[in-house]
Design a protein around this ligand. Sequence first.
Ligand SMILES: [Fe+2]
Ligand SMILES: [Fe+2]
Length: 275
Amino acid sequence: MPETTPVQGPSSRALPHELPASLRGAGASDWIREPLDDAVDRRRRLIMPPTVAVMGTPASAYHGAMMAESRQPDTIFMMGDNPALPKMPERPALKDFFLLRFPPFSRGHLLQSARLARLNGHDEKVITACLLHDIANAGLLRSNHGYWGAQLVGPYVDEEVAWAIEKHEALRYFADESVGYTYPDAYVDYFGPDYSPPEYVRREHEAARRHRWYMTSRLVTINDLYSFDPAAVVDFDEFEDIIGRNFRQPGEGLGFDGSPVAHMWRTMIWPNNFL
Ligand SMILES: [Fe+2]
Ligand SMILES: [Fe+2]
């Protein structure tokens, strides 16, 4: 069935001159990959912005513009490898996603968090959970990142590790003075001092506090707190042994093992596929 092409933009559309200089370049033309001079295939490739990423923003109006653009000669939608991204190996491992897909800031945050957990003497489950806790906002989706992250790694880690990753999202919003965890200053900056988490997050937090694995997830939040240092460099290989023992890397590669979450890893390999 052909896709419809509503061109109407949301009323919140900002005019280019109203945007800060750092955002001004993020116009529709940034979704078009012109062929490189030495490209064998001379066709232009259009990237349709992921629906959920642009919903509620002016960029949602690009849908119609992109469909119209695709009718230009020698123009197709992006499928498969995007030449702007490093090529992933045929059987990608966790390390490949860290190094070839996650942005440096997110990669650094995860590695620093895991290092902090190790320096604090925590066991390998906690260190693994720290290493993976924000894997969803590093490579897939930010909203509900604890849940997406837990699902991504679920088939490959101990159930307790996935549980801790899922629940850290809710636990981050609630202090536990008994272990020295206070509401993050960063959240006051991010969301404003008046932000109050929705009811379902409150319920998740209360249930998690009564769970036998509560402290595993709480330790993720404790080691999460102080680990944003964009200057610090932590080598992924520092955790090679721990990953080897705690992450069941599929032989076919992440994304190709037929697991219920393989498609989520493939989405990170080819994030710009039209379908
Ligand atoms: Fe998080
Ligand atoms: Fe985090």
